[in-house]
Design a binder for this molecule. Structure first.
Ligand code: ADP
Length: 485
């Protein structure tokens, strides 16, 4: 019975390889810290090359059996995994907040999203359709079948430590792939908890492996091994480029979900309340630590003063604190080092002419907490507008006409998501076509859902996750030419 799966932080102290819970060969562990309190809440194995090779071999050995199962059977197992996640959602959310910091309500939302990704792909598992192409010769038939790519390596970040794994494991396992997951060293416990529930759901040994520890060594084996056929990565553009380079030697397929620099455009004709609400939530959820977080806000001249007044009022009302405390809107940053980076971004902006309307400094809660910040008189040259901030800083700029703001919004090496608030249908159409981003939120700030394709263009990444497109990333197209008919 699944009742009684132990998801306590202290008990998640082993990695999961070939269906066994194992430590590092060296016996060495790495501590996991609650960013809100600075306290150790657990420890995980500090693994390296040898353990990673074993995990890859376990996944390779499990592949032929897993891919040969009827799709309906893989679907049932994935569905059972999703149901267990829902059953244990409170424990999973508490664990997530403890290691990552986000408010408990957001953690519950993320765990819910994990279950939804797995449920969605449990259904899609049965719909990996091929094609028959009209023949070019009477004596032959042209067929296309879809097959699993093989062993998949997933390297995942700390900002969404649960859903970023489910969004990859769902389609991979649905397609018939097996996996080695390397979670972020900051947040390995949510990954291990998911693995424990996968085991309870009946995912066979070796199909899903989780290794923890030395990112560089594990990454070198995952990208270097010829047994690994695909790398899926979510994280920074810098590490994404490095891993793509490392994957080139074995011509691996790669999916990359990298950084963003989301513009949030508010037109004169926007619904003011909706725009203010959208800007606050898209900027300050997860303390701004999201690749889809609003990075820079462009407000049109005619609505500027009203928007700014309401936005500042809303930001001042945000409650900063421990994510485990009821009523907290903004939790800690992942560590105090990020707090120092935020202070440097504010300093750069002020030196270039910005004025701090609210916030701008470390919060009384501690070094890992940064006060939600609004910068006025910001400009496109400031680091907080050019780089991905990944924290609670909102620079606001003014614009006059549509062509100008589209040009400024597109003037970035990133291309993940853009937001735009307008009630004019012609503008809505023009903006959604002209913004060079993989996703556009028109009058909506919450674009991520299991049923839609998530992903970026330019240096924000390659590939899409979620929706039926997300399954394609884990399948190969095989063309079968049947002659002699
Ligand atoms: P973030 O800004 O989200 O921390 P990173 O790109 O640093 O972004 O981290 C995302 C994931 O990449 C984490 O799991 C991290 O451990 C991993 N990672 C970081 N450096 C490397 C590396 N050199 N090789 C492989 N994985 C790495």
């Amino acid at each position: 019975s699944h009742i009684g799966v132990d998801l306590a932080a202290e008990s998640l102290d082993k990695a999961f390889v070939g269906g066994e819970w194992v430590g590092a060969d060296s016996g060495v562990t790495v501590a996991v810290v609650d960013p809100a309190t600075g306290r150790n809440i657990g420890s995980v194995p500090n693994m390296g090359r040898a353990e990673t090779h074993r995990a890859v071999e376990a996944a390779a050995a499990a592949w032929p059996v897993w891919r040969a199962l009827p799709a309906g059977e893989r679907s049932t197992i994935l569905r059972r995994w999703a149901d267990l996640i829902t059953f244990y959602q409170d424990s999973l959310a508490e664990l997530l907040t403890a290691e990552q910091g986000k408010p408990l309500a957001e953690s519950l939302g993320e765990v819910g999203a994990s279950a939804k990704f797995l449920t969605w792909f449990a259904e899609e598992a049965k719909r990996s359709y091929g094609q028959t192409i009209p023949t070019d010769r009477v004596d032959r038939r042209l067929q296309v079948i879809r097959q699993s790519v093989g062993v998949v390596a997933a390297i995942t970040p700390w900002n969404f430590p649960s859903s970023m794994i489910a969004r990859k494991a769902g389609p991979a396992l649905a397609a018939g792939c097996t996996m080695v997951v390397k979670p972020s060293e900051e947040t390995p416990l949510s990954a291990l908890a998911l693995a424990r529930l996968a085991e309870a759901a009946g995912v066979p040994a070796g199909v899903l492996n989780v290794v923890t520890g030395n990112a560089r060594e594990i990454g070198e084996v995952l990208t270097g091994s010829p047994l690994v056929r695909k790398l899926t990565f979510t994280g920074s553009t810098r590490i994404g480029k490095l891993l793509a380079e490392q994957s080139a030697a074995t011509v691996k397929r790669v999916s990359l979900e990298l950084g963003g620099n989301a513009p949030f455009i508010v037109c004169d004709d926007a619904d003011l309340d909706a725009a203010v609400d959208g800007a606050i939530k898209s900027k300050f959820r997860n303390a701004g630590q999201a690749c889809v977080a609003t990075n820079r806000i462009y407000v049109q001249d005619g609505i500027f003063d009203r928007f700014v007044a309401a936005f500042i009022e809303g930001v001042r009302a945000l409650a900063v604190g421990n994510g485990a405390t009821a009523g907290t809107d903004v939790g800690p940053l992942i560590n105090s080092g990020v707090g120092t980076q935020m202070a440097a971004l504010v300093e750069d902006a002020v030196a270039k002419g910005a004025c701090v309307a609210t916030g701008g400094e470390t919060h009384a809660q501690g070094d890992a907490f940064f006060t939600p910040t609004v910068l006025l008189d910001a400009s496109d040259e400031m680091a907080c507008c050019r780089e991905e901030t990944f924290g609670p800083i909102a620079p606001i700029m003014r614009f006059i006409d549509d062509g100008e703001v589209v040009r400024r919004a597109n003037d970035t090496s990133y291309g993940l998501v853009a937001y735009c608030y307008t009630t004019d249908y012609r503008r809505l159409n023009r903006f959604s076509e002209e913004l060079e981003f993989g996703m556009v939120g028109m009058n909506d700030f919450s674009v991520s859902t299991e049923s839609a394709p998530f992903g970026g263009v330019k240096e924000s990444g390659i590939g899409r996750e979620g929706s039926h497109y997300g399954l394609d990333e884990y399948t190969e197209i095989k063309y079968v030419c049947v002659g002699g008919l």
